[in-house]
Design a protein around this ligand. Structure first.
Ligand code: NAD
Ligand code: MG
Length: 343
């Protein structure tokens, strides 16, 4: 096992970013948060968006300067690439000529650099500052004087200052307040893809569907199958998130604990682990990346078909009906969130 270094506020020096102009390309989830946090930290920010982009009005209303991606990159020392990963190669092609020696090209995810979809010039620093949270949380935490943990990586250090500058950027968006973990483009990209495929998005949904189908095929009601295999997942995930596996095992009944400890490994067994290794190999050898890039170039035919099939699964209809019964709990949460805090 290897351990990564974690950086905090004291490790960051603001002067590495304060004299610089940062072009934030894209004003979506990450873009709006980086741009506003940087500006409030005293950094010069230009938001780069296409003419006619709907986000232009939003950025202007937030008090920021807006230009085209090419104009923003031309004026900037640091270009932060925060448009969707699948459009980054096109946006990069439009700004490549504006990258001068000693400038920085920065990312929040390593995919395009790691899989050679973007190949920046040798004399440009290439870094990553990736908050481990969606943009609205990055923005809200910063505004509340807190921070979102993040990742930091240096792919190319042309100036000798790439890491200091990335740390100062991480500080300016609030990440060092919580902690910034040093990683590499390879590690971030490969663990991110593997995690979302095998465990988070792909693994969990297949486990839920398999459990649901096992119960309904055996004659149990769809409602019971939905509650047991999907709805209650939230309670378990909340416990895992708060206190790890120990807190989850401590909180469920002894019957659930004994049953889980003995039967979990019957379901997720050596065969599953071998399959996980295959999924990881396809991430590592670039097979998944090539497939996904080709799928996009072909207009996403297989993606569209799989999306439709997933939406058509029975569990989606049952879920919609049953979730409506819980509408009150949503209401109540909203009311609580809006109520003035009592001291
Ligand atoms: P997003 O989809 O929320 O934002 C997209 C922005 O890019 C919008 O402002 C849109 O106007 C602009 N845009 C879309 N198409 C464009 C085009 N063709 N040309 C120019 N601009 C275009 O994106 P996001 O989720 O913030 O992702 C940005 C980066 O951050 C990605 O690399 C992603 O992997 C990474 N990231 C995202 C999250 C997250 O929670 N969303 C977390 C960590 C890292
Ligand atoms: Mg991910």
């Amino acid at each position: 096992m290897t351990e990564n270094t974690i950086y905090h506020d004291d490790d960051a020096t603001h002067s590495y970013i304060e004299e610089k102009t940062v072009a934030v390309l894209g004003y979506g989830s990450q873009g709006h948060a980086h741009a506003q946090n940087l500006a409030e930290s005293g950094v010069d920010v230009i938001v780069g968006l296409r003419e006619g982009s709907a986000s232009r009005t939003a950025a202007r209303e937030d008090g920021l300067t807006v230009a085209t991606p090419t104009e923003a990159a031309a004026a900037a020392d640091v270009v932060s690439m925060l448009v969707p990963d699948n459009v980054q190669p096109d946006v990069y092609a439009a700004i490549e000529a504006e990258l001068d020696a000693g400038d920085t090209l920065q990312f929040a995810h390593g995919f395009n650099v790691h899989y050679d979809q973007i190949e920046p010039p040798e004399d440009v620093d290439v870094t990553m500052v990736a908050p481990k949270g969606p943009g609205h949380i990055v923005r809200r935490q910063y505004a509340d004087g807190e921070g979102t943990p993040g990742l930091l990586a240096v792919y190319r250090d042309a100036t000798g200052e790439a890491k200091q500058e990335a740390l100062a950027y991480a500080d300016a968006i609030g990440c060092t307040r919580a902690g910034v973990i040093e990683t590499t483009f390879r590690e971030e990209t490969e663990t991110d893809l593997f995690g979302e495929q095998a465990v988070l998005c792909g693994g969990v949904t297949e486990l839920v569907k398999a459990g649901y189908e096992t119960l309904t095929d055996a004659g149990y009601s769809e409602e019971m199958a939905y509650f047991e295999c999907l709805n209650e997942l939230k309670l378990i995930v909340d416990l895992l998130y708060e206190g790890g596996m120990s807190e989850m095992w401590d909180s469920v009944s002894d019957t659930a604990e004994y049953g889980g400890l003995t039967r979990g490994e019957v379901v997720v067994d050596d065969h599953t682990r071998e399959r996980m290794e295959t999924v990881l190999e396809e991430v590592q050898n670039g097979e998944f990346a090539r497939e996904w890039i080709a799928e996009n170039q072909a207009g996403r035919p297989s993606y569209g078909q799989r999306r439709r099939a997933e939406k058509a699964h029975d569990i989606e209809d049952v879920g919609e009906e049953l979730r409506a019964l819980f509408a009150w709990s949503e209401e109540e949460n909203r009311e609580k969130a809006n109520a003035p805090a009592d001291d």
